[in-house]
Design a protein around this ligand. Structure first.
Ligand SMILES: *Cc1c(COP(=O)(O)O)cnc(C)c1O
Length: 377
């Protein structure tokens, strides 16, 4: 059996190696390292794939979130509602822009933002909601868009973990995650579902004016060469990364399918287990692209299981072990433990298993058997 890895990027590389190496050669010959044709072409191809009017590539997923918020003109003191249970980047950029992060609880089954918790957190200062499509599953965008409309709030979708996931609206329309709100952001970090070989990110929007504003912000606030109309940043996707992404994008649906297949094999092996809860699917099979396959261990053995798997050379991860509202950087006297019952429990129960496009049946058998034996012991 091949060594089990949490993330395996080699298998994908082998299949697109020639294509990538040829593109790299061309880029070296042309020296178009920044904003070359590869970047422009990738932008167009991603717009087409997502069915969105504008994709603005940038340097990473954290920048993408920050630039989206800058583009919307959010001002210091504006309150931005996001989840207590996500990667810190989401809340970090809110704080960095001197906006006020307002963390709210998530749903126990989907791990995504609880629309009722959003409603409770709205004040006259609230300007935006940042839903995170956590672990690859789209948040309840029908409810979120409804709340946003009623209270005149912007919606910024953090799609770093869910590129390619579908959302089926209650009107019967299908959207790609990240293209429903005012603006979406994603990351092309190597381990994401669409990953490059370094850092990369992108912003999506259907709003022409916002797209124009953002294109200037990523480039030092320039709309005309050496005319700086707004304070911007330097955030670019480089041509080598764009070439990797162009080779991978046509395979993204296949990659996500392979992840879903692995998730179903895991589900099947864990069926009927009393203390193991497999990931909930909020919609049909396309609404979850399994950036992570995350179990809940309900008999208090999660930490011991992590140790046991480590000792048996089976990688696993705990995403996330500490609620953001308890992190030193994001503590706030406005928070009350009683407002976060779900996150406070999830941080004790969740464990994410190896998930990538190259998982093999014998590996899944060993992983699931080891977990079942230990949890029931
Ligand atoms: C990975 C990730 C980010 C940040 O992306 P980077 O490219 O690493 O900056 C933001 N939000 C979420 C939910 C993520 O998983």
């Amino acid at each position: 059996m091949k060594k089990i890895q949490m993330v395996d990027l080699q298998g994908q590389y082998k299949l697109i190696k020639d294509q990538i190496n040829n593109s790299f050669d061309e880029i070296m010959q042309s020296s178009a390292f920044i904003n070359g044709p590869e970047v422009q072409n990738f932008q167009k191809e991603l717009e087409e794939y997502l069915g969105v009017k504008h994709v603005i590539p940038c340097a990473n997923g954290t920048d993408a979130l920050q630039i989206a918020m800058m583009g919307l003109g959010l001002q210091p003191g504006d309150e931005v509602i996001t989840v207590d249970f996500t990667f810190a980047a989401t809340v970090e950029v809110i704080a960095l822009l001197q906006l006020t992060p307002v963390l709210v609880d998530v749903e126990p089954d989907t791990f995504n933002v609880d629309p009722e918790a959003i409603k409770k957190a709205i004040t006259p200062k609230t300007k935006a909601i940042v839903p995170v499509h956590l672990f690859g599953q789209t948040a309840n965008m029908d409810a979120i868009m409804e709340i946003a409309k009623a209270h005149n709030l912007y919606v910024i979708e953090d799609t770093a973990q869910a590129i390619g996931a579908d959302f089926h609206s209650k009107e019967g329309k299908t959207y790609k995650a990240g293209t429903i709100g005012d603006v979406g952001s994603t990351s092309f970090f190597p381990s994401k579902n669409l990953g490059c070989y370094g850092d990369g990110g992108a912003i999506f929007t259907n709003n022409d004016e916002l797209a124009h504003t953002i294109r200037g912000i990523v480039n030092h606030g320039m709309y005309e060469r050496y005319h700086h109309d707004v304070v911007g940043v330097n955030s670019r996707l480089d041509s080598l990364q764009a070439a990797v992404l162009r080779a991978k994008l046509p395979n993204l649906d296949m990659y996500n399918e392979a992840r879903k297949d692995a998730s179903l094999k895991y589900d099947k092996a864990f069926a009927g287990q009393e203390h193991i809860i497999v990931p909930f699917r909020s919609g049909d099979s396309d609404t979850h692209v399994f950036h992570q396959y995350t179990l809940k261990i309900t008999n208090g053995k999660r930490d011991a299981l992590v140790k046991h798997l480590n000792e048996n050379n089976i990688p696993c991860g705990v995403y996330y072990p500490i609620p953001l509202h308890s992190q030193k950087a994001y503590k706030d006297s406005r928070y009350n433990e009683a407002d976060f019952p779900v996150t406070n429990q999830l941080v004790k129960d969740v464990i994410s298993l190896p998930m990538h496009t190259e998982l093999e049946d014998d590996q899944i058998d060993l992983i699931t058997k080891t977990i079942i034996d230990f949890v029931n012991d």
